[in-house]
Write a new protein. Structure first.
Lengths: 228, 439
């Protein structure tokens, strides 16, 4: 395979501002839940910022951790899908084929990171957000599972542009919405096959760990542990 | 008591066993109509769910599976009442089984029909359910045979086919008998279904061979079916689902709830069809002992499952166990223990207390307890995923899933009422010598 996309998230740099969450919503046509649905736990955020609290009030420290699909090389969601709606593509992405999905939600149960989201109803956007859909991303219908794609539409576009100019994809040329919008530059995206890429170097650094690594899922998101 | 039945004159036998097939009484009509009404309500609820979106049920993230999967496992479990028990009794040539087997086999077929609906009801997009079926298509795309859900579909369809044949085979001589003695629309129905049975020696031999063979096959299929159902959970890596004990645990639990359902069904049939002479306290006593045995086995499995998790002290598993044993789901857990272990043990192990009535009472609590067990398996694990940030809480079902759940119980009653009106619920020929039947 030519590329193997991966991500590194520097937990020391993350301020928990959730700009990435908003950018992800806008880029990927993610439905906006009503407050009632959100209270039931049905809010959609392909990328969520988990909060961990340390200490007792008033001496509390909050630690943030952005969690999205980890694009596992041995993804537990993939073998359990009866209809191949989720599978691994040649570039190591864990992709979701909306048209194939029948909605068994087995993948959602078997994802140890709980990053899969189900369309309980037809998707909705409060006005005027319905007018700002990204034309590169399909809107998912009711009864279908969805999750972070590593902004596959941007990867496609970047590769197409490079191919039309007859050159390889340049380092840093392809950025998912979360990485692009992070004001603290906590998120680094790139090609893990390119040993010189920033993400490869971060993944090889001593600070890199993987979430729930002991499950053997081989995630392609690397969390750079806090030093401070 | 058994011999007493054998000695009854043929005329009385026929009268007793055919009575249920006569013109429906008021009670039958009333029950049939009201259960049909509930079934219609369930269908309307399902239609509403399909039209509006599956969000009309209480499922959320992370509890993506809930009442429908609970009901699915429950009904497939109850289905073991019939075929498995009947096949074991047939193979071991337990003579007392004769009046019991058909009632049991019918339970299996109906439960599978009902249970098999739940994976469909559960789907987000039921209108493309056929993606799960291996059929030639323009994309050359097969279902994913690595998925336990595909194994499940295969296992259940196999079991449904097998148990329908198993129910049908011993019906043939009775159908031929009825064909020769009734008039009207039934005659045509029985003639078609009797498959030209004349009662010749060759036919009897073929039937006996087929039944023996089917009994053997169905045993293997029944064990495999509930093992595969358990693998829907055990193959996942979710805490407390990923367990090697689930296969045998589910098979034992299925037989347990199956026997309980059989005792209840037999008591109802005995009462409503006035078959006291055929379904005697002795039958109930035998089945009650079997129920007690399965209750003890279930208790053993439950202790083994939970004790190892508690002792192992692994965080992810322990979170689920705590939610189940002391947390939001604790009332259901302890209710299940009382229903499945305490009540059956007290009522059935003390000989003085073990009567027909207490056997039925214990059976009812076991059915409730086994439903709770499935509810707990599905919801405690899904509400406690590995990352605490994604934890859910108590599950709240909505009217849609409650209506559909009620409708399936009504559907069971309805199918049984209709079946008992059209087919003899007790095998007539098994009480008579071979030569008399079918001529």
């Amino acid at each position: 395979m030519e590329h193997r996309w991966g991500m590194a998230i520097d937990l020391d740099r993350c301020t928990g501002c959730e700009a990435c969450v908003v950018a992800c919503h806008a880029e990927n046509n993610i439905p906006i839940s009503t407050p009632e649905e959100a209270a039931k736990g049905r809010a959609f955020h392909w990328l969520r910022v988990d909060r961990y609290y340390e200490g007792e009030f008033p001496d509390v420290k909050v630690k943030y951790m952005p969690v999205m699909c980890q694009h596992c090389d041995d993804a537990p969601c993939e073998p359990v899908c009866p209809v191949y709606a989720t599978y691994h593509n040649e570039e190591g992405l864990n992709v979701q084929v909306y048209n194939r999905c029948v909605g068994t939600r087995y993948c959602g149960n078997n994802c140890p990171y709980t990053v899969r989201f189900f369309n309980w109803f037809e998707p909705q956007w409060p006005e005027p957000l319905a007018l700002q859909h990204n034309p590169d991303v399909s809107v998912r219908p009711s009864g279908v599972m969805e999750k972070c794609t590593f902004c596959v539409q941007r990867i496609k576009r970047g590769k197409n542009e490079a191919a039309s100019e007859g050159r390889p994809v340049r380092e840093g040329e392809i950025q998912p919405a979360c990485a692009q919008s992070c004001p603290a530059t906590a998120i680094t995206f790139g090609d893990l096959n390119d040993k010189e890429s920033k993400v490869s170097r971060l993944a090889e650094s001593g600070r890199a760990t993987k979430l729930l690594e002991d499950l053997g899922t081989k995630p392609k998101v690397f969390y750079l542990q806090r030093l401070g | 008591m058994e011999t007493a039945v054998q000695e009854l004159p043929d005329t009385q036998l026929r009268e007793d066993l055919w009575r249920p097939l006569r013109a429906p009484g008021r009670a039958w009509t009333l029950w049939t109509l009201s259960s049909a009404l509930v079934v219609v309500a369930g269908l309307i609820a399902w239609g509403y769910q399909i039209h509006t979106g599956i969000g009309v049920v209480g499922k959320t993230r992370p509890m993506m599976w809930a009442l429908y999967i609970t009901n699915f496992v429950f009904w497939i479990g109850i289905s073991h009442a019939g075929t498995l028990i009947s096949a074991i009794l047939r193979l071991t040539e337990a003579e007392w089984r004769k009046p019991v087997t058909r009632a049991a086999e019918a339970i299996t077929v109906f439960c599978l029909m009902i249970g098999g609906m739940f994976p469909l009801i559960h789907l987000g997009r039921v209108w493309i359910f056929y993606y799960l079926i291996p059929y030639p298509n323009e994309r050359f795309l097969w279902p994913n045979f690595r998925s336990p859900l595909v194994w499940d579909l295969t296992a259940i369809l196999t079991y449904l086919t097998g148990s329908t044949i198993f129910l049908f085979l011993p019906l043939i001589p009775d159908l031929a008998h009825l064909r020769d003695h009734v008039t009207g629309w039934r005659r045509g129905l029985y003639r078609a279904l009797a498959l030209g049975w004349t009662g010749s020696d060759r036919q009897w031999h073929a039937l006996e061979r087929a039944m023996k063979l089917m009994a053997g096959i169905i045993l293997a299929v029944a064990v495999s079916v509930h093992t595969v159902v358990s693998w829907d959970f055990a193959m996942a890596i979710a805490p407390m689902w990923h367990s090697t004990i689930f296969g045998p645990y589910f098979v034992a639990g299925a037989i347990f709830s199956g026997i309980a359902a059989l005792i209840i069904a037999m008591a109802v049939i005995r009462k409503t069809m006035r078959l006291e002479q055929y379904l005697t306290p002795k039958h109930f006593d035998n089945l009650a002992k079997l129920l007690l045995l399965m209750s003890l086995l279930w208790t053993y499995f439950t202790v083994a499952e939970n004790l190892t998790v508690w002792y192992g002290n692994a965080t992810a598993e322990l979170n689920v166990l705590e939610e189940k044993v002391y947390g939001a789901y604790a009332p259901f857990f302890w209710g299940m223990v009382v229903c499945n272990a305490v009540i059956p043990f007290v009522l059935l192990s003390i000989r003085r207390l073990r009567t027909l009535t207490t056997s039925v009472m214990a059976s009812i609590t076991v059915v409730i307890g086994m439903w709770l067990e499935r509810f707990l398996i599905v919801l405690t694990t899904t509400s406690r995923p590995r990352l605490p940030a994604a934890w859910g809480g108590m599950y709240h079902p909505t009217w849609v899933e409650l209506t559909i759940t009620a409708a399936t119980f009504a559907a069971m009653l309805l199918l049984y009422l209709l079946f008992a009106k059209v087919f003899p619920i007790i095998a007539i020929w098994e009480f008579k010598s071979n030569e008399e039947v079918g001529h």
